[in-house]
Design a binder for this molecule. Structure first.
Ligand code: AMP
Length: 217
């Protein structure tokens, strides 16, 4: 099954995508995770993308498109994939359609996770990540046992540069202006299903499972 997961930053796309990967045995491709890995490794792509990402703006379509298509070529994607955070604008959606069409593949479902803006702000600005092992926390919803310290490895908890309030507001605006138009685009093709992203992780997972049942998942 080939899926797209769309939603504003903080909607829970990454968490739900991992659950879909495990349940359906498909590959999880997160454009943001892939870009952060390129930055960490200081590759030419990572160096070109870093400042744009720290500002919360979109990295050029061509760079992201080539990176994602490179991953879609790999055997791990032959049972299917869940794309998380790509496409993020209409040009990327067109590029993806051309790419998949050229390979004789198609999308089965496009899921959009909807969460009100005030809730997103709280989720994102409270997010912390361990500088040592990468474990995720939240100051209110999932605090570590000792403030600022990872339960797993004792590393220091950090805030992603793009999770500060100013940048978060900018990222939400980028979603509204550039990504939201994708909803109309995919609604037209009949693939779109809207998922209420409020509630527990399990509740959201249950709603996603319901939306996929009719797609044969
Ligand atoms: P995310 O982890 O999905 O919030 O992505 C983090 C950052 O990576 C975004 O704010 C963008 O700078 C960049 N990024 C992720 N996906 C894309 C994409 N499809 N197109 C352009 N930039 C992206």
């Amino acid at each position: 099954m080939n899926l797209l997961l769309i939603g504003p930053p903080g909607a829970g796309k990454g968490t739900q995508a991992v659950r879909l990967r495990d349940r359906l045995g498909i590959a999880h491709l997160s454009a943001g995770d892939m870009l952060r890995e390129e930055v960490r490794l200081a590759t030419p792509l990572g160096r070109a993308a870093q400042v744009t990402m720290e500002r919360g703006e979109l990295v050029p379509d061509d760079l992201v498109g080539k990176m994602v298509e490179g991953r879609l070529e790999l055997p791990e994607c032959s049972p299917g994939f869940v794309l998380d955070g790509y496409p993020r604008n209409l040009a990327q959606a067109d590029r993806l359609a051309r790419y998949l069409g050229g390979k004789g593949r198609r999308l089965d479902r496009v899921l959009v996770i909807q969460v009100p803006t005030e809730e997103l702000l709280g989720r994102l600005t409270g997010r912390r990540v361990c500088g040592g092992c990468g474990a995720g926390y939240h100051v209110r919803h999932q605090p570590p046992r000792a403030e600022g310290t990872c339960d797993r490895c004792g590393g220091s908890l950090l805030q992603r540069k793009d999770d500060g309030e100013g940048v978060v507001r900018g990222r939400l605006q980028v979603y509204e202006s550039q990504t939201r138009p994708l909803l109309e685009h995919y609604r037209g093709s009949g693939l779109l299903r809207e998922i209420d992203g409020l509630g527990t992780l399990d509740e959201v997972t249950g709603r996603i499972a319901g939306a996929l049942e009719e797609a044969g998942g």
